[in-house]
Write a protein that binds this ligand. Structure first.
Ligand code: DNO
Length: 355
């Protein structure tokens, strides 16, 4: 298991790489280059990033997210250009030491929450929160406005301004699209990209829909074990893998996260893991909790044990953390609680190794 940390680059992330390096057991980053979906990433810029990360004593073997342009998901003729750019980015990343690319195939939205800083009554910290009832009242444009307003000036992953500027148009373009249509467009993308990944040694790891059910009537195809079985079957290859995010899949209590890890781990189809906990508050209603099992509803010991048994060499990152100790950071991506999460997960791992 390689413990990693998501980092947004020195211009956009208030957390210095030196702090990340000081978290015990941290080997590298799930890093990103701030480029719009569909862009062909410039090699010089990426090389500079790799150099900076290596100088800090960390690895950069996982990149998150090389976002898929909406035209690819929509299956528009212009997808050809964006797929060509994607392939060129895959080749460039492989040349520079990247092993795994995390991406998603969610229409319009990446993850979605109705409150980015809901106070946790037990301890006064705050975390990301979702209540479908609030969403119903808000509608897509309002939720986007609120999320941007609440993000404390940070650009949030998946909520990039250039993407949101087109929101109304994009929502219209999806009208009438079925899950089968979206899956066919996904297959078209995978058929083009996966052979290049095989050739260059990259694994594509698809992040689940978050939350793990359809929203705003949009088609969503990655929120259960069955969904992922179908995604793998679209283009069966060791390079077509899952980014198994315990908190996203686990937002739906019907998903057995431990079973999912064992299922895809045994098939060697886990490219990377995002590990965090959730607390269920009702139907389609949850908040993110501290990583500790007893703080939420997922069993972190069983999660780490499933990784240990079935995909022990995978990359793990402590996913979103709460905001604690008055930290003023990017919602979900502060230093302190993610560092606590990493320490805890490393502790579970050591116990598994020795038992
Ligand atoms: C949310 C993240 C996601 C993830 C993307 C991958 O905080 O886990 O935004 O990076 O879905 O494409």
């Amino acid at each position: 298991m390689k413990m990693t940390f998501r980092w947004y680059g020195s211009k956009a992330d208030p957390i210095p790489l030196s702090y990340i390096r000081q978290i015990p057991g941290m080997t590298g980053l799930m890093g990103l280059l701030d480029k719009p979906a569909g862009a062909d990433w410039p090699e010089e810029e990426f090389k500079a990033l790799v150099k900076e990360v290596h100088l800090a004593g960390l690895e950069l073997e996982v990149i998150e997210s090389v976002n898929v342009h909406e035209d690819i998901k929509l299956g528009l003729p212009s997808r050809e250009e964006y797929i060509a750019n994607y392939i060129s980015t895959v080749r460039m990343l492989a040349r520079n030491g990247v092993k795994v690319i995390i991406y998603n195939f969610m229409p319009v939205f990446d993850w979605l929450r109705t409150d980015l800083a809901r106070i946790i009554p037990e301890d006064g910290s705050n975390s990301l929160y979702f209540d479908e009832k609030d969403l119903g009242e808000m509608g897509p444009l309002e939720i986007v406005r609120r999320t941007a307003e609440d993000s404390r000036g940070f650009t949030l992953p998946g909520w990039e301004p250039e993407r949101l500027a087109l929101l109304e148009t994009t929502l219209k373009q999806y009208e009438g699209m079925t899950t089968d249509d979206l899956r066919a467009n996904f297959k078209y993308f995978l058929d083009a990209v996966i052979p290049v990944c095989e050739e260059t040694g990259i694994r594509m790891a698809c992040h689940p829909d978050d939350p793990a059910w359809p929203i705003f009537g949009l088609p969503r195809i990655a929120h259960s074990i069955e969904d992922y079985d179908r995604i793998i079957a679209l283009h069966d290859s060791p390079a077509n893998t899952v980014c198994l995010c315990t908190g996203s899949l686990g937002s739906n209590p019907d998903n057995d996260v431990v079973r999912a890890i064992r299922h895809f781990g045994e098939m060697d189809r886990i490219g990377a893991m995002h590990v965090r906990n959730v607390k269920y508050l009702g139907h389609h209603h949850f908040r993110e909790s501290a990583h500790l099992s007893s703080s939420g509803d997922l069993d972190m010991y069983e999660i780490m044990r499933a990784i240990h048994d079935t995909c022990p060499d995978t990359y793990v990152r402590p996913d979103h953390g709460r905001m604690i100790w008055d930290e003023k950071g990017r919602p979900g991506y502060g230093l302190y609680d993610r560092a606590l999460g990493a320490a805890y997960l490393n502790g579970l791992w050591e116990a598994l190794e020795k038992s």
